[in-house]
Design a protein around this ligand. Structure first.
Ligand code: M6R
Length: 629
């Protein structure tokens, strides 16, 4: 949430900052700005709205500078306008700062500064920090000294980038429970909230630790803790990334990412399921998911729990937000089914202020695509404090979550650019199947024959999704018939209740059409009141234990004249008697059905949103990485 960038070297800073901001725009797109030191003077250029507005300004003003910082904003304090855009300038006009996170005590500090004559031009919490730095410098401190004083005064989790015209050969970065990466090139240095924005220029990076300050020049990085004690750390190398950040001919990143799902499943499964000849350097192009590996023990590299520790686990607690929460709800169904272990799933933000009942016999799993979601991080830290084992499932092995969990499973998706999660959701589901099978294997909870069947079934999923994607044009035509709806209801049972929740979330965030997901059996307890002939009810209906009951619940909707839509398997002959529109998927076992069933819904949301002219890759009011609580 919000992106920070910085540059020092011998090249023009503005184009470098802009290209790095482009990579980080997914973190927020309410406004963007840069501060550069041009001919010894601070020059701040910023604009509300998308990055393209800043780009236009930079093209006309062409600032000549080789040092600067930049920011792309997701508004927390103050509406998204030019004044509230970052960078913010200190009262003495000599330094500029960019900020991610929230200064929790900003209101008190702002009052105190206002009482002493400081004038605020924005409504942000950030400007408080700029003025505090200025005040310390007026007392005689240099910039580093001022930063050390100010971090004692501000509360909250934050990351800062700071540049001063009095010390134009350096920028400062401050990380407090956030993420910041310094990239080190040949006589040039980079700063970014996310290593992806550094990767374009160098693969040598230093990740700032918690409560750490970096003094960055074009040739060096000095690190200090908040007490001013200096430390050293060698840069590490970033691994290469097989995914290209371009649309590869698709109209939107979202559509490309939906189509990448077979690939990400193959990547993720091949990494963790041995039996693929070389699970690490696996050639995905040649991966034939025909049940290879079904006889072998799985290698969940990154899960360090011993067999005895796994056997000693009495309860699993999963925390996550948004789409990751929906994946977690399916994870509960999988693990309970295979391991007969009780699993609780909680929306991570709901744990604050409540008693967290975990202990040293609990495994707490945090699921987060970004690995930076503040609510999820807070929850897993709390669980760790209580002695629980911790496991992270994330797409970002370089994230904060990956650093703080003892056990880790990485979804092999490459960068997901579109703000709405699609491929990472499917990969999170794959990780829960892998985890469920792994725990069952270690605990001896299922027979060898069953394990083989499960692994074989999981390996069929990439090809199944390929078949579904081959039907995209049929789905498009069916989807457009729903584009006039104002309210849409999604229902499912058991393994597919979370599929319904995810379907509703995707439609809402992409098309802005109001949608709700319900457990199909719950509809009659109240939500059925909203149904009439204008409301589509989309039912996830796959053969299995809850097929008949789900169909009955759908019929209750039909009796209220709702517009009847289903995701149903090929050959389901009952479905056409109840539903007007059917998104057909190939036959699939109920247990694995959440993987294929979500795909027609993703495509439906995409087609409706695109038809309505919505900003598919960057829906209004959202940010990819939600780093505030
Ligand atoms: O990075 P995380 O997986 O922790 O993000 C959690 C949610 O913010 C995220 O899934 C969000 O709901 C997406 N917009 C869903 O498309």
């Amino acid at each position: 949430m919000c992106g920070i960038v910085g540059y020092l070297g011998s090249n023009q800073a503005a184009p470098v900052l802009l290209s790095k901001l482009r990579v980080l725009e997914y973190r927020g797109y309410d406004s963007a700005g840069v501060a550069v030191i041009e001919a010894g003077r601070l020059n701040v250029i910023k604009a509300a709205g998308k990055l393209s507005n800043l780009e236009t300004l930079l093209q006309s003003q062409r600032p000549q500078a080789t040092v600067g910082i930049g920011h792309t904003r997701w508004a927390t304090h103050g509406t998204p306008n030019d004044l509230n855009a970052h960078p913010h300038i200190s009262a003495n006009g000599t330094l500029a700062i960019v900020h991610n996170g929230i200064i929790e005590n900003y209101a008190d500090l702002r009052q105190e500064l206002t009482d002493r004559g400081y004038v605020f031009v924005s409504d942000t919490d950030t400007e408080v920090v700029a003025h505090l730095l200025s005040r310390e410098m007026d007392k005689g401190a240099d910039l580093l000294g001022a930063i050390l004083q100010v971090v004692k005064q501000i509360k909250g989790a934050y990351a800062l980038g700071i540049v001063s015209q009095n010390q134009p050969d350096r920028i400062y970065a401050v990380n407090h429970h956030y993420s910041l990466t310094v990239g080190m090139g040949e006589n040039e240095s980079f700063l970014a909230s996310d290593s992806t924005a550094v990767r374009q220029y160098t693969n040598k990076i230093i990740r700032l630790e918690q409560s750490e300050i970096a003094e960055i020049t074009a040739h060096s990085v000095r690190l200090f803790d908040f007490a001013g004690k200096e430390s050293t750390r060698e840069p590490v190398s970033l691994e290469s990334d097989p995914y290209k950040i371009d649309k590869s001919g698709f109209k939107h990143f979202l559509l490309k990412e939906i189509h990448e799902q077979p690939l990400v499943l193959r990547q993720t499964l091949s990494k963790y399921m041995t039996g693929a000849e070389d699970p690490i350097n696996f050639n995905v192009e040649h991966f034939k998911p025909t049940g290879n590996g079904a006889n072998d023990k799985m290698g969940l590299y990154g899960v360090r729990l011993t067999e005895n520790e796994i056997k000693g686990i009495e309860r699993i607690h999963i925390v996550a937000c948004g789409t990751a929460y929906h994946a977690a709800l399916i994870g509960k169904c999988i693990i309970e089914e295979l391991c007969s272990l009780p699993v609780d799933v909680e929306i991570a933000s709901e744990i604050r202020g409540r008693k967290l009942l975990v202990n040293e016999r609990t495994l707490t799993v945090a699921v987060s695509q970004s690995g930076e979601t503040a609510d999820t991080l807070a929850a897993i830290k709390e669980a760790k404090k209580k002695g629980s084992y911790t496991l992270g499932i994330t797409n970002r092995p370089d994230s904060h979550l990956a650093q703080i969990t003892e056990n880790l499973i990485v979804t092999e998706c490459g960068i997901e650019v579109s703000v709405a999660a699609t491929k990472t959701y499917v990969a999170q589901l794959a990780c829960f199947y892998l985890l469920g099978i792994y725990l069952a294997e270690q605990r001896g909870a299922v027979s060898k024959a069953k394990l083989k069947e499960l692994k074989g079934g999981l390996l069929q999923m990439p090809a199944l999704i390929e078949q579904i994607l081959g039907r995209a044009e049929d789905y498009r035509q069916e989807s457009l018939k729903l584009a006039d709806a104002n309210d849409v209801v999604f229902i499912g049972r058991g393994f597919n209740f979370p599929t319904a929740l995810e379907g509703a979330l995707k439609l809402k965030e992409l098309s802005y059409i109001h949608a709700s997901g319900y457990a199909a059996g719950e509809l009659k307890h109240g939500p059925i009141a909203v149904l009439d002939s204008t409301v589509p009810v989309i039912t996830v209906l796959v053969p299995g234990k809850v097929y008949e009951k789900t169909l009955s619940n759908a019929q209750e909707s039909r009796a209220r004249q709702a517009r009847m839509v289903a995701v149903a398997v090929d050959g389901d002959e009952k479905a056409p008697k109840t539903f007007e529109h059917i998104f057909r998927i190939p036959p699939v076992d109920e247990f694995f059905s959440p993987i294929p069933a979500c795909v027609p819904m993703q495509l439906m949301s995409y087609y409706v949103a695109d038809f309505l002219g919505k900003d598919v890759d960057q829906p209004r009011n959202l940010a990819k990485s939600v780093t505030v609580e």
